[in-house]
Design a protein around this ligand. Structure first.
Ligand code: CUA
Length: 190
C-alpha cells in the first residue's frame, strides 16, 4: 500500500465513523423525544402525577397508637360512602390476611410497614406500590366484579419473602354494607 492510498483509507474511515456517530446521536435524541412524549401523554391524558403529598408515620410505634393499631385494621365505610382499608405488611405476612371490599365503590388502601420494604400488589388490578417504613402508602381503586385477588409481596424482604401474601375478596356492595352495619372494621379472615 502506498502512502497515498493509506491516507485515503484513513480519511474514508473518519468519514464513516463521523456518519455512524451522527446517526447514533440522532437516535438518542429521538429516544429522549419519545420518553418526553410518553410522560406528557401519561400526565395530561391519564392524570399520572408524581405523589402530591408525603405522609409519615413512626414505624416503631404503629402498634401503639394511631390508625394502624390492630383493632383499626381492615375495611371501614367512610361517611361519604367510600371504603378505606388499613393494612400492615411485615416480615412475613399482611394484616389482615384477607381484605374484603365492595364492588362499584371507591376503595382506598392505606398501608404501612414496621420493619423493611415490602410490596403491595393486587393481582388483576393496577394496584402496585411499596410499603416503605416511615411512610403511609395510599392507593385507590374501584372493583367492578366480585371475586378473589391474590396479593403477593413483590419486594424481596428476607428469607420468608416468597411466603408473604394476602388475599383481597371483592363482594357485592349490598352484602358488604349489610356486614358493615354490625362491625366497624371488616375482614374476611376466617
Ligand atoms: Cu414482604 Cu417480600
Amino acid at each position: 500500500m502506498s502512502e497515498d492510498t493509506a491516507a485515503l483509507h484513513d480519511s474514508r474511515g473518519e468519514r464513516i465513523a463521523a456518519l455512524v456517530e451522527r446517526r447514533w446521536a440522532i437516535i438518542c435524541v429521538l429516544i429522549l423525544a419519545v420518553f418526553v412524549a410518553v410522560a406528557a401523554f401519561a400526565g395530561i391524558h391519564q392524570a399520572t402525577m408524581p405523589q402530591a403529598r408525603v405522609e409519615t408515620v413512626s414505624p416503631t410505634r404503629l402498634h401503639l397508637g394511631g390508625e394502624f393499631v390492630e383493632t383499626d385494621l381492615g375495611s371501614a365505610v367512610e361517611p361519604d360512602g367510600s371504603v378505606t382499608v388499613r393494612a400492615i405488611g411485615q416480615e412475613y405476612s399482611f394484616t389482615p390476611q384477607c381484605m374484603v371490599v365492595p364492588t362499584g365503590t371507591l376503595v382506598t388502601f392505606r398501608a404501612a410497614s414496621p420493619d423493611v420494604i415490602h410490596g403491595f400488589l393486587i393481582e388483576g388490578t393496577n394496584i402496585n406500590t411499596m410499603l416503605v417504613p416511615g411512610f403511609v402508602s395510599t392507593i385507590s381503586a374501584r372493583f367492578d366484579k366480585p371475586g378473589d385477588h391474590l396479593m403477593p409481596c413483590q419486594e424481596f424482604c428476607g428469607v420468608g419473602h416468597e411466603g408473604m401474601w394476602a388475599k383481597v375478596k371483592v363482594i357485592d356492595r349490598v352484602d358488604f354494607l349489610k356486614m358493615a352495619e354490625t362491625k366497624p372494621r371488616l375482614t374476611c379472615v376466617e
